[in-house]
Design a protein around this ligand. Structure first.
Ligand code: AMP
Ligand code: GLY
Length: 435
């Protein structure tokens, strides 16, 4: 603590963490912000300490040595490993759920069974622990007229554990890959097979504390690698906020039937949820249904949600940790935001790294644009690519059309070899806005 202000650390190394770090830096209550491990781009804003975020005891030790007062734990793996529990045991306050509550994301079977028990709307499903029963189930389903099924690994799988299967052959191959070939390691030893749902998707991140859930502005991710939602699933290629399909009426239904029941259920079944709970929803003809829970801020959702946040992020996070969260604390501006991810050619499959990145400063100096770095590392005086999703160009404006124009104008200044980005981020949302 320095002059009553807090030394804050953010665990993680992506574009999401860059957005959180920048927002926290602007908060009056923050004396310093440190990223663990951060990346070469984040290091231009704050101090980065190169420690593996999966090494829980090393992170705790580092925070104690650096006299960190408050830790924001963002990625799924450290949460599932009990990072928040370990920090609390060491007497360091943290933002994020304890391990038991993080099961909402780290086990799809836990999440599905919880939704079933508490009547929270989601896709119909069965769970399997052996492949013979799973093969029999998919064969029977397609024989009785099912047109599609979704096969999901139970555990964390770097966003690759979900396969949409439009034929029996695809479903059999997804079951084989997860259970017999162990493509996702232990995470695929148990699987969920569920009903295929259709409708616009919405991400709703929410601040949670005990029984209180305060949703942030809604957003829409673009998960497929290529334009027109083609190609394989990725971590997310771009995002817009607010999501025009998420009307106030739908928001009210979600609060009553999904958000509050989830928070109450997880408290009863595991532990009170403190932190950011991400509701991945599909707006089906039968109403909104939960596709997935994430126990953390989304990436790239955060890169469009936080630029619209008008209230003080650190105060909100502390209120979550202290059990003092109220809806009045969380205020968003009236405009819109859009972000476009610049990826390495080949991502999400094989890609090359180490290419020099240029144009970040020119892009940001144009104003109203933020460049959030993800797969970026320092090489001498330069920044070079070091991951699949390299950086994310984000813009806030009075409306979605303007935000998209600005983000695309910004990304046009960024250069690195084999750079690729989607050219249709926000197209579907714009068509809904214009209706
Ligand atoms: P997840 O990894 O759980 O975020 O799932 C990745 C993507 O798969 C989601 O964003 C959806 O687009 C799709 N998906 C997951 N579950 C279903 C489902 N039951 N029906 C249709 N699409 C789904
Ligand atoms: N954008 C999807 C996620 O953060 O999981």
């Amino acid at each position: 603590m320095t002059n009553g202000k807090l030394n804050v650390a953010v665990i993680g190394s992506g574009g999401r963490e860059h957005a959180i770090v920048r927002k926290l830096k602007s908060c009056a209550g923050a004396a310093s912000v440190t990223a663990i491990p951060g990346n070469g781009g984040i290091a231009r804003d704050v101090k980065c300490v190169d420690i593996d975020p999966l090494d829980v005891s090393a992170v705790v030790r580092c925070c104690m040595d650096a006299k960190i007062d408050y830790v924001v734990v963002t990625p799924d793996d450290p949460l599932a490993l009990g990072m928040v529990d370990a920090l609390c045991e060491a007497g360091i306050r943290a933002f994020g759920p304890v391990k038991a509550a993080a099961q909402l994301e780290s086990s799809k079977i836990f999440a599905k069974n919880l939704m079933k028990k508490y009547g929270i709307p989601t896709a119909e499903y069965e769970t399997f622990t052996d492949s013979t029963a799973a093969f029999n189930f998919v064969r029977k389903s397609f024989a009785s007229g099912e047109k599609a099924l979704v096969v999901k690994a139970d555990g964390l799988a770097l966003g690759k554990g979900v396969t949409i299967c439009m034929s029996l052959a695809e479903a059999e191959s997804a079951v084989r890959a997860a259970m017999d070939e162990k493509c996702f390691g232990k995470s695929g030893e148990r699987i969920v097979i569920e009903e295929y749902l259709t409708g616009p998707e919405v991400s709703v991140l929410s601040f949670c504390s005990g029984g209180v859930v305060v949703p942030m502005v809604s957003s829409m991710d673009h998960k497929r690698a290529l334009d027109n939602d083609e190609g394989p699933n990725t971590g997310g290629m771009g995002c817009i906020a607010p999501n025009p399909f998420y009307t106030p009426e739908i928001a009210e239904i979600c609060m009553k039937r999904i958000f509050i029941p989830t928070i109450e259920a997880v408290k009863k079944e595991a532990a009170p949820f403190t932190g950011c709970l991400y509701f991945g929803l599909m707006l089906t003809e039968a109403g909104p249904k939960v596709i997935e829970y994430n126990c953390r801020f989304g990436d790239p959702e955060t890169q469009v949600v936080l630029p619209l946040l008008e209230s003080d992020l650190l105060s909100i996070m502390l209120a979550c940790t202290n059990g003092a969260l109220t809806p009045e604390m969380v205020r968003f501006g009236p405009g819109a935001a859009a972000c476009v991810v610049a990826a390495s050619g080949g991502y999400p499959a094989m890609y090359r790294k180490g290419f020099r990145i240029s144009g970040i400063d020119a892009t940001e100096s144009a104003g109203a644009i933020q460049v959030y770095c993800a797969g970026v590392k320092r090489d001498g005086d330069s920044l070079v690519t070091s991951g699949g999703r390299v950086l994310c160009v984000s813009a806030a404006a009075a409306n979605l059309e303007q935000a998209l124009k600005t983000a695309y104008r910004g990304i046009a200044n960024i250069r690195f070899e084999n750079m690729r980005f989607r050219t249709d981020i926000g197209k579907l949302a714009l068509s809904a806005v214009k209706k």
